[in-house]
Ligand binder design. Structure first.
Ligand code: COI
Length: 332
């Protein structure tokens, strides 16, 4: 068996190499992303592993079919950049890594929130300038707040435990009820109710498709004054302009954004020596009421190791048995 792994960053290499040695399976590491051009390197391989934020071009899958490759394993969880129809017509199966570390993302949600509640961004900027004054950065306490967790999958459930540990009141919403969360009586009847009742809304749901935002001018109007939004899920869940305006106007307190609707090509790139043309993002970056990070909630050693190795294990299962526990149902 011969595998090829695309879009591999430096920090992932050692985990892939260790896996290859332990499992005695050849894995060719490619730093390039998977494109209609680079897929040609996969000729002669049995399976393709990849991670990238850019959309996967349909032509990649036509070529994989031509080369007799019928499995692609992603090293991440989100499959919103995969053209499902192209996979189906080429008879290609898809796996992801659904649970590389729900805790990494849940912990990041509270990390960002604490930074915002204690005004750390502004305070650190002031101290950098030798301004050691307290005012105006008086903090708020998490134990006094109601946290609304939207989405009670693995990440949402990990977030609930952490927020409860801080003494916050937690409410939750999901279309699918988890029995444990149900037993605790945390579910409210709709997302609207959650938005109305929560002081902090933390999003742990997948993308609903472009244009289908959860946080926008209308929903913000229903939210409590001084509420906070946290997004470690997908940028297109939020109309960022509406959110920015609501914070600037003083309707909302602020937001923790680890994802952004136009992040592709910006996040995980060093643009420090270039002219920056995204004016909205520039305003968000400058605002002390926004904790903005470049999609790093997942980025821990535990998660990166799991992404590298679980994707390869799923590929082996697919190639040996025709299925894997991480195979995505393309009909859903
Ligand atoms: C995912 O796993 O889909 C993520 O959002 C994290 C990614 C940046 C590796």
């Amino acid at each position: 068996m011969k595998l090829i792994d695309y879009g591999v960053r430096e920090d992932e290499k050692k985990y892939i190499q260790e896996w290859s040695k332990e499992n005695k399976i050849e894995v060719t590491i490619v730093t390039d992303l998977l494109t209609p051009e680079t897929v040609e390197m996969a000729k002669g391989y049995d399976g393709v592993v990849a991670y990238q934020q850019l959309p996967y071009d349909e032509k990649i899958f036509d070529k994989m079919n031509e080369y007799g490759i019928h499995v692609i394993s992603l090293r991440n969880v989100g499959v919103d950049n995969v053209p499902v129809e192209a996979l189906k017509r080429n008879n290609i199966r898809l796996t992801n890594v659904p649970s590389y570390s729900p805790e990494a993302i849940a912990e990041y949600s509270v990390t960002g929130l604490m930074a915002l509640l204690r005004n750390l961004k502004h305070m650190i900027r002031k101290v950098d300038d030798h301004n050691f004054k307290w005012e105006p950065d008086i903090g708020r306490e998490l134990n006094e707040l109601t946290v609304g967790v939207a989405g009670t999958g693995r990440i949402g459930r990990a977030a609930i435990k952490i927020y409860q540990g801080f003494g916050a009141k937690v409410i939750a919403f999901d279309k699918f009820h988890n029995p444990e969360i149900e037993k605790e009586g945390l579910y409210v009847d709709s997302l609207d109710t959650l938005l109305k009742q929560a002081d902090v809304v933390t999003l742990h749901i997948p993308s609903l498709g472009k244009g289908n935002t959860v946080i926008n001018r209308q929903s913000i109007a229903e939210m409590k004054d001084d509420a906070i939004v946290i997004n470690t899920a997908r940028g297109d869940l939020i109309n960022t302009q509406d959110l920015y305006d609501a914070v600037a106007e003083g309707k909302l307190y602020g937001a923790v954004l680890d994802v952004y609707e136009n992040e592709v090509g910006i996040f995980n790139s060093d643009l420090s020596d270039q002219e920056f043309s995204d004016n909205l993002l520039e305003k968000v970056v400058k605002s002390p009421r926004f904790i903005l990070t470049p999609h790093i909630a997942f980025y821990t050693t535990k998660a990166v190791k799991n992404m590298a190795t679980v994707s390869l294990n799923s590929m082996v299962d697919e190639l040996k048995t025709g299925k894997s526990e991480n195979e995505i149902d393309l009909e859903k």
